[in-house]
Design a protein. Structure first.
Length: 79
């Protein structure tokens, strides 16, 4: 129906952000914080990641948003 078509359109247009959200220096012990990260299906929207000053992973489709929190530890997310 229409709702399914809208959902498919959104899934194709935006990167979905999910990954292991844990500090970079700590093993994952809380599986409730498990996430998966992937780019949009067509690869047209860039996705960047970095490590914040307090050691957390951060993701955004705008690298300028990450610069304030991650400084120079920003990279494009692999396809």
């Amino acid at each position: 129906g229409p709702a399914r078509a809208q959902r498919a359109n959104l899934e194709a247009s935006f990167p979905s952000v999910s990954f292991f959200l844990f500090t970079a220096l700590t093993w994952l012990t809380d599986w409730s914080r498990l996430r998966i990260v992937k780019q949009d299906q067509k690869g047209k929207i860039p996705l960047y990641w970095g490590i914040t000053a307090d050691g957390f992973l951060a993701f955004a489709d705008d690298s300028d948003l990450l610069r304030g929190s991650c400084g120079k530890s920003i990279a494009t997310f692999p396809e």
